[in-house]
Design a protein around this ligand. Structure first.
Ligand SMILES: NC(=O)C1=CN([C@@H]2O[C@H](COP(=O)(O)OP(=O)(O)OC[C@H]3O[C@@H](n4cnc5c(N)ncnc54)[C@H](OP(=O)(O)O)[C@@H]3O)[C@@H](O)[C@H]2O)C=CC1
Ligand SMILES: O=C(O)C(=O)[C@@H](O)[C@H](O)C(=O)CO
Length: 273
């Protein structure tokens, strides 16, 4: 039901998944269970979200075969460095209750720390050892990617991306290097974007919701998306986007909305640990 994108190492990643940022730990198990019940098979979490254990419990209780799931987590900034990364990976895998991960991402470049290249060496070891099926980065600008070094080209770069922040330069760089672009906050956190007159007019014309129009725009650009919702009806709504298409003119109209407007931190200056 959910199409996949083929990553640069041949691994197939669902183009639409479920994100759990800001889902409180004690609500995550039920939220992920509802998402899996709705049909999601790709889950995006992070050490920083404090809910990996609850994601793991929901996965274990679902009874869904492991090879039908795609699980992503992310290395937090405080864990950057070679040995620190290896330890953080073990801890995440343990919390998730898994014997391998599908995708591991360096969460932020945190350039002031100056350690993401060491973390990438550790990622390459984890990948070579078969403990993770694909490795990638998040919030990396082209300048950060240029300095990554190593042997393995990241499979994914997960960045903030939506019609108000279209990341044309990052997307072009990713595409030119075989890196899949994954959009975080694909709905711009459910804020003004969903009430934008252009989005609303397209929603009315297609008989869809504003969120569905925005998700369809992403999918037609080739982005991987991971919308978050704790509301089961919205989980289902966000999945019901594979039975209609936007015209080229619709996509072009949405592409005029770019304001370069971030809802989250700037990767060049975000160094929190
Ligand atoms: N790598 C990184 O640095 C980052 C990664 N992420 C990842 O991306 C995921 C998604 O991003 P996120 O920041 O959560 O923002 P989203 O763009 O996914 O928006 C989530 C918000 O939109 C609301 N919403 C969801 N669906 C609908 C709908 N159909 N109609 C109206 N409102 C809707 C949700 O409300 P409600 O839940 O109440 O239904 C929630 O408030 C995260 O969960 C996380 O996994 C996010 C930030 C940074
Ligand atoms: O959600 C994420 O993945 C993030 O990295 C954000 O929470 C980010 O750390 C942030 O918004 C800090 O204010």
């Amino acid at each position: 039901m959910i199409p996949t994108v083929k990553l640069n190492n041949g691994v197939e990643m669902p183009q639409l998944g479920y994100g759990v940022f800001q889902v409180p730990d004690d609500e995550t198990r039920a939220a992920v269970a509802a998402a899996l019940e709705a049909g999601y098979r790709s889950i995006d979490t992070a050490t920083a979200y404090g809910n990996e254990g609850s994601v793991g419990r929901a996965i274990a209780e679902s009874g869904i075969p492991r090879d039908e799931l795609f699980v992503t987590t992310k290395l937090w900034n405080a864990d950057q460095g070679y040995d620190e990364t290896l330890r953080a990976f073990d801890k995440s895998l343990d919390l998730l209750g898994l014997d391998h991960l599908d995708l591991y991402l360096i969460h932020w470049p945190a350039p002031e720390l100056g350690r993401y290249t060491e973390s990438w060496r550790a990622f390459e070891k984890l990948y070579a050892d078969g403990r993770v099926r694909a490795i990638g980065v998040s919030n990396f600008q082209p300048s950060h990617l240029e300095r990554l070094g190593g042997e393995v080209v990241p499979a994914v770069n997960q960045v903030e991306l939506h019609p108000y922040l279209q990341q044309r330069e990052v997307r072009a760089y990713n595409a030119g290097h075989g890196i899949a672009t994954e959009a975080w906050s694909p709905l711009a956190k459910g804020g003004d974007l969903l009430g934008d007159p252009v989005v609303k007019a397209l929603a009315e014309r297609h008989g869809r919701t504003p969120a569905q129009i925005v998700l369809r725009w992403h999918l037609q650009l080739g982005n991987v998306v991971i919308p978050k919702s704790v509301t089961p009806s919205r989980m289902r709504e966000n999945l019901a986007v594979f039975d209609f298409t936007l015209s080229d003119a619709d996509v072009a109209q949405l592409s005029t909305l770019d304001r370069g407007e971030r809802t989250g931190p700037d990767p060049d200056t975000f160094n929190a640990v």
